[in-house]
Each structure stands twice: as structure tokens, then as C-alpha cells.
Design a protein around this ligand. Structure first.
Ligand code: NOJ
Length: 574
């Protein structure tokens, strides 16, 4: 069907590039609020917390899969792409979520694991039973499990091969992830059509974006490694063309855990665009590396490698998400260092990564939590928060796989942390009761009551960021410093010259990873004579001297966001 959606959805402001200024929040429906006492979070529960999310300053929600699913991979194992899992709610309740979010000028991004299905999907059941039937060619079948030898195994903890034998069809089927998640065969035009049909189904319902899960892996080839094959890019272009034509203002977000040069290819080109956004996988582990090594060098090197992106493209920056903190994008030497610092107990590891939440990773250090978030909110791209990290929730490494950091949201010190009124034994996962992160101590209610809590701090930073479009729209340029623990960059935005009609602005961001106070000289020759002002309180800071240097002192693991300008700047929240 061809349906031309109005750009201005009910309650939403007109801005087709809204995602460049947005603060995203990943919320697992199962983990957020249980409205009916069945022990699992649901859509109605989430709707009831939209006011909280709006208060926090969230502009868009990323919702991991809510489709029908046996839930053997957190819902990324889908058995019907056009229905909602009953324990989460109904399609009508989902529509209600979209409407209520839009009323608050908040957007909804659906997660779409298009690469594979659950083996419980009817397509797979028919495919294995009837090789010559309409679904016979829906999956990647082979008589040998030796095909595609260049394709690596991703879930190394559980899978030895990308092939599994199906005793019914008596053939092997290909799977990039768990063996209960057969890969769809994108060489089959019917599969591509069914995919586009699903995209339209949810966009017609008013969702504002789609996270394209595991996007590099759609096509396989004999010689390639099955990651970003040319045919995969062709197909994304096709989806993007449909979005541009029929659903302007909606976004496609690439989940491609790859090196910068490869991730960037998922933006496509100006003439042939692919995704509007892509997660910045390479920058994330380097933030954690810098925090422990006290060295800014790895981040400096990466950020200096400016990868050109087409106009309108944006990175999605994140510290944590529902998966393990992946260490695929660092060298073996650095990976071992990271395991030593952050995953000293083998139970904390998962595949090539660490299955812990942000606060425990940072040992609940308020300084580190603030520093990490200051980076998240000032690097180039749009920040993605993970539910619960705004209150510094803990994890439970005794739970299997990535469930360690998918436990119920902690709202109050009451039963089940206010998540559910069910019998505690009925919860989909137990609430965190550890010594440091017990829900009695760490919960939204108590943090709302403390003006200096992490929650209030994060809300404040979000609002400061929102007052300065430069963070979302400006360029990023590294400045040299004489201290290897200090990272300094300027974010510059031409302002009024742009389509957004804002004022031009330069913000200098300085971060010290040192575990003691430091002084630093920053080289800023382009800003000789400019005075700097703190973006939070408006205080005047030193003027950049005649030789182009700026002398600053920073406390242990601290940062500054400084407005660079000749005239006095009135800072603070806008
Ligand atoms: C990426 C998702 O983020 C992850 O949770 C999932 O296990 C894999 N894709 C497989 O769908």
C-alpha cells in the first residue's frame, strides 16, 4: 500500500531531523512497570510512566521487541512480527502508547529484528515441513554445515557453529545468533517483500522510527564475511527510499557493531542514503578504557579519525544497553585490560563483553558516573540512556546471560520495588537486592526526594544539553592539551545560517580522567582573547591568552562545558 503520512503527527513538532537533537531512552517493556500484577512489565504500565520520562527530558523511546515471542532471546526471537506478546499487551495498547507519547511530544522507535525469526515462527515451521511449499525458501538451508566458512560466530558462549541440523527437513539451517533463531533468506524476494510489509505495518501505526537490529547480517555470500555485503546495503537503500517517500520524518537506526569505517557505510551516501542514525559502537568501550587507564589517548585517536557522514546523518551514543558491554571493537591487549578492570569475576563476562550495568561497572563512583554521562551528552550524536541508569541501578550477575542487567525498574522502596504488586516469586526476574544496589536504597522515589541525587543531576544535564543545539547539531574538533589524562574538544555550530535558525555557538568540553586533581594547558589558537563561561552556572572562566592557550585546573575525574565567547554569557538552564 502507499500511504503518505503527514510530517506533523498529532502532538509532534515539525522537524524532520528531530533525531539529531533528541535524547533517547531505551525502555524494556517487560522490565519497566507491571500494571496488571502478572509479574511482567507491560505497555499499560509504560504509558503510566510517560510523565516521568517527560519530566526527565526524554524525547524518544526505543522499545526493544514486544512482538509475539517465546522470549528465549529477550524478544529478539520473534514468532509473529505483526502481533504484540499478550503478556505485554495488545496492538491497541501499543497504539495508545504511540498516541500518549505524541501528546507529550515524545517519539516511539520500534525495534525490528529483521535478520532472523524464532524457530517457533510459522514461516520456519512451514519451511522445515515443506521444502517446496511457499515458505520452503524463506530460510538459509544447506546440505552441508561447511558453507560460508568466513562468517564468524557471534554468540561464542553458546554456539559453536552458524549451522544447526533440522531433523525434520534433514538439512542444516544458518543462524547468526542462537540456534533457535534461524536467519531469513534475503535472497528470496518474498522475504524482502514480507520485511517491507512489516516496516509499513508499524510505520502506518505512527511509530517514529525503527531500530534495524543486527543489520549487517542480512545477506551471506561465498567469499564475504556476511557483514555489510553489497546486497545488504542495496536492500537498506530500498527501505530508506520507501521511508523518504511515504513516511518522511521517521528514522532508521542501524545496529551495526563494527569498526567506524564499516559502521559509516550504513549511512549510505547523500545520493543513496541508508540509515539516518547508527549506534557508535567504537566510541563506547573507549570511554570505559579512559576512565580506568586515566589516559585520554584512545578517545583522542578515535575522535580525530573524523569519518565523513552524509548530511542529516547522526550517531547514537550510548554507555550501556540491554546487551553486554561489547569489547569487539578494541584490540586484544585493551580487551584484556578491560576484563581485568571491569570483569574480574568470570561470571561478569558474556561472549566478547561484560554483562554488567553502568553503576556497578563504575563501582558506584558518583564522579565517574557524572564524567561518563558528561561525555555521553556532549560527544557528537544523540545520547541513548538505558532504563534505570538514571538512578544508578545495579545488576545481578547470578542471573543467566544478559538478564543480569534486565531486572525490574526500581521505583520505590516498597514490595517488588514498586514495579509490580504480584507475589514476588512471580516476577519475570527478581528485583536487585544486593548490598549496595538494593531497591530499598536505589529507587526513583528516594532520588526524587534528594535534590543532589544522580537522577536530579542527570535531568539537569539533559536540560542544559537541550538548551544548546550545538550538542546535537554542531561539529566536533579535538584540541591539543599538555596533559595525557585530559580530553578537550570544541563543539561548533554555525547557528543562524542553518535550517534551524539558532544562534551560532562554540562550546569547549574538557574532561579529566585522572584519579587526582590536575592542571592543564589547552591549545585553542582559534579563540585568542575569548572568555569562557561555565554552561551550568554561568560563572566566568579564564580568557584564552594571546598565545592561544587556556590554563585550567580540574578536580578528580571531572569535566567542564564552557561557552566560548567574547561577551558575558548567561548560563544555566534554559
Ligand atoms: C542484537 C540485540 O541487541 C540482541 O539483544 C540480540 O540477542 C541479537 N541482536 C539477536 O537478535
Amino acid at each position: 500500500m502507499s500511504f503518505t503520512a503527514p510530517i506533523q503527527l498529532p502532538g509532534l513538532t515539525l522537524d524532520t531531523q528531530w533525531y539529531r537533537r533528541a535524547v533517547f531512552y531505551e525502555v524494556m517493556v517487560r522490565s519497566f512497570v507491571d500494571s496488571n500484577g502478572d509479574g511482567s512489565g507491560d505497555l499499560a504500565g509504560l504509558v503510566g510512566k510517560l510523565d516521568y520520562l517527560q519530566w526527565l527530558g526524554v524525547d524518544a523511546l526505543w522499545i526493544p521487541p514486544i512482538y509475539a515471542s517465546p522470549l528465549r532471546d529477550g524478544g529478539y526471537d520473534v514468532s509473529d512480527f505483526k502481533s504484540v506478546l499478550p503478556e505485554f499487551g495488545t496492538v491497541d495498547e501499543f497504539k495508545d502508547l504511540v498516541t500518549k507519547a505524541h501528546e507529550r511530544n515524545m517519539r516511539i522507535v520500534m525495534d525490528y529484528p529483521l535478520n532472523h525469526t524464532s524457530d517457533a515462527h510459522d514461516w520456519f515451521q512451514q519451511s522445515r515441513l515443506d521444502p517446496h511449499g511457499p515458505f520452503g525458501d524463506y530460510y538459509v538451508w544447506s546440505d552441508s554445515d561447511q558453507k560460508y566458512p568466513n562468517i564468524r560466530v557471534i554468540f561464542v558462549d553458546t554456539e559453536e557453529s552458524n549451522w544447526a541440523f533440522d531433523p525434520v527437513r534433514r538439512q542444516f539451517y544458518f543462524h547468526r545468533f542462537f540456534s533457535h533463531q534461524p536467519d531469513l533468506n534475503f535472497d528470496n524476494p518474498a522475504v524482502r517483500e514480507a520485511t517491507i510489509d512489516t516496516v509499513r505495518f508499524w510505520l502506518d501505526m505512527g511509530v517514529d522510527g525503527i531500530r534495524l537490529d543486527a543489520i549487517p547480517y542480512l545477506f551471506e555470500s561465498e567469499d564475504g564475511n556476511g557483514e555489510g555485503e553489497p546486497k545488504t546495503h542495496e536492500f537498506i537503500k530500498e527501505i530508506r527510499a520507501i521511508v523518504d517517500k511515504e513516511y518522511p520524518g521517521r528514522v532508521l537506526i542501524a545496529e551495526a557493531n563494527q569498526w567506524p569505517q564499516e559502521v559509516v557505510s550504513f549511512f549510505g551516501t547523500e545520493e543513496e542514503p541508508e540509515c539516518h542514525m547508527a549506534f557508535d559502537f567504537p566510541v563506547m568501550p573507549r570511554i570505559f578504557y579512559s576512565l580506568r587507564s586515566q589516559q585520554a589517548g584512545e578517545l583522542v585517536r578515535l575522535l580525530k579519525e573524523t569519518t565523513e557522514v552524509p548530511p542529516g546523518a547522526a550517531w547514537g551514543v550510548f554507555l550501556r544497553n540491554h546487551d553486554e558491554l561489547t569489547l569487539e571493537m578494541v584490540s586484544e591487549e585493551y580487551r584484556q585490560a578491560m576484563y581485568g578492570w571491569y570483569a574480574y569475576d568470570p561470571r561478569m563476562r558474556s561472549n566478547v563483553g561484560i554483562r554488567r550495568r553502568l553503576a556497578p561497572l563504575l563501582d558506584n563512583s558518583r564522579a565517574e558516573l557524572e564524567l561518563a554521562h558528561a561525555l555521553l551528552f556532549s560527544l557528537q550524536g544523540s545520547p541513548f540512556l538505558y532504563y534505570g541508569d538514571e538512578i544508578g541501578m545495579g545488576d545481578n550477575i547470578w542471573l543467566p546471560d544478559r538478564d543480569s542487567s534486565r531486572t525490574p525498574m526500581q521505583w520505590t522502596p516498597d514490595r517488588n520495588a514498586g514495579f509490580s504488586h504480584a507475589d514476588p516469586g512471580k516476577l519475570y526476574l527478581p528485583v536487585v537486592q544486593s548490598l549496595v544496589y538494593n531497591y530499598n536504597l536505589i529507587n526513583v522515589e528516594s532520588q526524587l526526594a534528594q535534590s543532589r541525587s544522580l537522577l536530579h543531576w542527570i535531568r539537569n544535564v539533559i536540560h542544559v544539553r537541550k538548551g544548546h543545539p550545538t550538542f546535537g547539531l554542531g561539529s566536533l574538533r579535538i584540541l591539543d592539551t599538555n596533559n595525557e589524562s585530559v580530553l578537550a574538544f570544541v563543539r561548533e555550530y554555525e547557528g543562524s545560517g542553518s535550517q534551524f535558525g539558532d544562534s551560532p555557538e562554540t562550546v569547549l568540553c574538557v574532561f579529566s580522567f585522572a584519579h587526582n586533581p590536575v592542571s592543564v594547558e589547552i591549545s585553542a589558537p582559534d579563540f585568542v582573547g575569548a572568555t569562557t563561561y561555565d554552561l551550568f552556572g554561568g560563572s566566568q572562566f579564564p580568557t584564552i591568552s594571546e598565545d592561544g592557550s587556556l590554563q585550567l585546573t580540574l578536580g578528580t575525574q571531572s569535566f567542564y562545558w564552557l561557552h566560548v565567547g567574547a561577551t558575558h554569557f548567561v548560563g544555566g538552564r534554559t
